[in-house]
Design a protein around this ligand. Structure first.
Ligand code: GLN
Length: 475
């Protein structure tokens, strides 16, 4: 992004030309990929012209003023459809911006549009969208991953240089891995969720996706910071983009949890991740075998908590405060009919499961147990991070699968086998490309670190990036 910023600064290109270039690219590619729900052509050109004017007057809002961005469609954008890929919100135009969107606007980033997702961010393939699936730009018969599949695919297909996603169990990192881009799930509390449509507030995160580690770091620096609008926001200072001199590798202790390299892991993914580890070792890092045995319970724990919180979060969609109303003879019937008509199958499944695990007779057996196991998982991650600086694993067990291939929801839930642990514990986690399969599909490696150690995991990611592909320079 530094190159593009430089071109804008030296007035070799205008923001309007940049926006037009991406709009043209969207026109050329998106009928095939379906990454966007809304493209705001007039809006982005208008914002780009305003950025050009600011530069002409010598007062850009930031170095990145005038570089466009795409926003996942579960993040509120004032006056711009925020559908969550649900029929229920197909007419919903928020009257306010999410904090992250305000921050981007304050830095001068024109918003090009809203990207596709699984309905209410529930899914791992962006197939559960009322607007149809987003295809993987590397093979359009395959999924883009989910739920931030639209954002990952838009970046991968160069329809936009960077984008925002959300991650509750892996929804930034898994699609980043499937589409061959970089995605960061920050530490819980480091980026505000005010104005982001909640799936499960104790697990939800907002984060950046881009083509290079550096671009992800730059976008993260625009997003991070405490926010009185989000009561879970951490009181911690801004994030400054580090320099990438590679010095962190000397003496770096890398934890390698062998449980993440066992049955179910695709052999090409395993090889690629082990190659990245070897490369870091050759540069001076030490690989330390560790155990994260409780990860065996991560998916069950995650699903119990995510469904419980979703059943409560989605109660607001009642046809009165939000959502398309189906009129009926009395209020309760109206609620039931509106919700039955507005929500898709996966959303209904999760609301029912979540209501069940929270019900008086089942609460102790499921929800309470899950909270206890979550504590054990959290403790195990914290203990491991006392012995090592970072933990490196594959991001997903397999590369992108075929659209329609996974019909059983349980199979889809397993996509988050290696990612949900960072949501349950709240530690930051980065996914970046670590090679391609013999069939040409991208594979991802995940770098996790201690709370608020984004700088370190980005530095380590940058080393892997340089080793694997000679560095991807973004735009
Ligand atoms: N794939 C996970 C799920 O279906 C995660 C979703 C997410 O992170 N938003 O719940």
């Amino acid at each position: 992004m530094k190159k593009l910023a430089q071109l804008l600064e030296s007035k070799q290109v205008s923001s309007e030309e940049v926006a037009q270039k991406y709009l043209n690219r969207i026109k050329e590619k998106d009928s095939e990929i379906n990454a966007f729900i809304t493209v705001d052509e007039d809006g982005v050109l208008q914002q780009a012209r305003a950025a050009d004017q600011r530069r002409a007057q010598g007062s850009p809002l930031s170095k990145w003023d005038g570089i466009p961005i795409a926003i996942k469609d579960n993040i509120s954008t004032q006056g711009l459809l925020t559908s969550c890929a649900s029929k229920f919100l197909s007419n919903y135009k928020p009257v306010f911006d999410a904090t992250v969107v305000s921050k981007l606007k304050q830095a001068g980033l024109p918003i090009i549009g809203k990207t596709n997702l699984d309905e209410f961010a529930m899914g791992s393939s962006t197939e559960y969208s009322t607007y149809g699936a987003t295809c993987n730009p590397h093979d359009i018969e395959r999924v883009s991953g989910g739920s931030s599949g639209g954002s990952a695919a838009a970046v991968a297909a160069e329809m936009i240089p960077w984008a925002l996603g959300t991650d509750t169990g892996g929804s930034i990192r898994q699609p980043a891995s499937f589409c061959g881009v970089v995605g960061l799930k920050p530490t819980y509390g480091r980026v505000s969720r005010f104005g982001v449509v909640a799936l499960a507030p104790s697990l939800d995160h907002v984060g950046p996706l881009a083509k290079s580690v550096e671009d992800v770091a730059i976008l993260f620096s625009l997003l991070a910071g405490s926010d009185p609008g989000d009561s879970t926001s951490a009181q911690i200072g801004p994030f400054a983009v580090p320099s990438w001199d590679g010095s962190v590798v000397k003496g770096l202790k890398i934890g390698v949890p062998e449980e993440f390299f066992s049955t179910g892991l695709n052999s090409e993914v395993e090889q690629a991740v082990r190659n990245s580890l070897k490369m870091l070792e050759e540069q001076g890092a030490t690989l330390i075998p560790i155990s994260l045995a409780s990860n065996a319970y991560a998916i069950d724990t995650y699903l119990t908590i995510v469904t419980a919180e979703a059943s409560s979060s989605l109660a607001r969609f009642d046809g009165i405060r939000y959502g398309e109303r189906v009129d009926a003879e009395d209020t309760n019937t109206m609620y039931a009919k509106s919700r039955a008509a507005g929500f898709g199958t996966e959303v209904k499944r999760r609301i029912m499961l979540g209501t069940y695990v929270l019900s008086a007779s089942q609460y102790e057996a499921y929800y309470e147990q899950a909270q206890k196991v979550r504590t054990i998982i959290k403790q195990e991650v914290s203990e491991a991070l006392k012995q090592v600086d970072v933990i490196i694993t594959p991001t997903t067990p397999t590369p992108a699968f075929k659209i329609g291939e996974k019909r059983d929801p349980l199979e889809l839930y397993l996509s988050d086998l290696y990612t949900a642990i960072a949501n349950l514990s709240g530690v930051p986690a980065l996914s970046l490309p670590c090679g391609t399969t013999s069939a040409g599909l991208p594979m991802g490696v995940q770098v996790m670190g201690d709370y608020f150690s984004e700088e370190l995991i980005l530095q380590v990611g940058s080393l892997i990036e340089q080793g694997v592909g000679g560095g991807v320079s973004g735009d």
